[in-house]
Design a protein around this ligand. Sequence first.
Ligand SMILES: *Cc1c(COP(=O)(O)O)cnc(C)c1O
Length: 419
Amino acid sequence: MSEITQLTLEAEELDAADELSKLRERFVLDDAVYLDGNSLGALPASVPDRVDDVVRRQWGSLRIRSWDESGWWTAPERIGDRIAPLVGAAAGQIVVGDSTSVNVFKAVVAAVRMSEDEHGEGRGGRDEILVDATTFPTDGYIAESAARMTGRTLRPVTPAEVPDALSSRTAAVLLNHVDYRTGRLHDLPGLTAAIHEAGAYAVWDLCHSAGALPVGLDEHGVDLAVGCTYKYLNGGPGSPAYLYVRRDLQPRFDSPLPGWNSHVEPFGMDPAYEPVAGARRGRVGTPDILSMLALEAALEVWEGVSIESVRAKSLALTDFFLKCVTSYVPEGRVESLTPTPHPERGSQVALRCSPTLGFARAGGAPNAAEVMKHLITEGVIGDFRHPDVLRFGFTPLYIGFADVERAARVLAQTLESFD
Ligand SMILES: *Cc1c(COP(=O)(O)O)cnc(C)c1O
């Protein structure tokens, strides 16, 4: 039996045994294999009608009454409570709104201020912020500005270097749970414990983990966390992000963006700011209701779905993809940057496709951007990350094993076509 038939049969068996396979019907998809859900999740089928209702009835007909009658005013915390179980948080600690970038700013400055109020005037010598040197750039840019504003020094270190870099000078640490480029999953429990041991505050960015694997925010005592909702949570382009502030820290959350929506009495129109208690303290201005309510509809697909089953399927999908790639793609053409051990792997596979990797043709190998362009025309949608990375994201809610086999097969054919 050829390897293709064998892996096709294996994919069929895996799909037949997959308890989550029926969830695919709840998304709007076509014949393409969509492996870019870690950049923009697919559209859940429940969203268009909800958006239509929000626009035509809630806005068009109820107008201003919708702030109360359609639950607009309370949406940021209500939707936060829907995200909470997916990231292992009890209710009342997550608020939805603003972009991830803005929430990174709130969280990092607030963490430094918590450190400061603990140590008083002299700051206890805590004059450093550590940031993941391999981070998605926006987090690094914002951490730099936060450091400048709070009079701290920003020190970029890799997550592996964090334990050694921590000291009595560390005020706060900003880390990514999963590396957006390589798909490496970092040790959130271990690093959070080390950060606490050093007396500092831990801020985690969950953009590439929430909705793909268990996070355990409460269990591991994370201080602050942020994440976006348009990747594995399928909230739609530019859907609002979220901010987690651990319950016991909420009274000390001193927002650098204290807008009227986080005032204890927003309609009191008091010239003096007095923060409200609870998660709402993370709000700034008027919530982006259209995007937010689209997100609320998108989150309905999670009813009755456990994040543990999603994680199990995610690992099975990435294992199977790596197996198919090894089998179909001639040795040396691509190299996986994604760690093999399960505890170190997120829900994506990043393949390096560099000119040095075994191409015979004159002029060397095609570059990764060219390969990805070709893959997309062949119906396999991933993305390219500078300089030489093919990135494939696996959303267990709508990706099956036959998709995975097809993606690897088309990748092999594409690479061959460049010979
Ligand atoms: C996707 C992503 C962001 C996106 O930030 P926006 O403000 O939503 O554009 C930020 N950080 C990380 C780690 C990401 O993966």
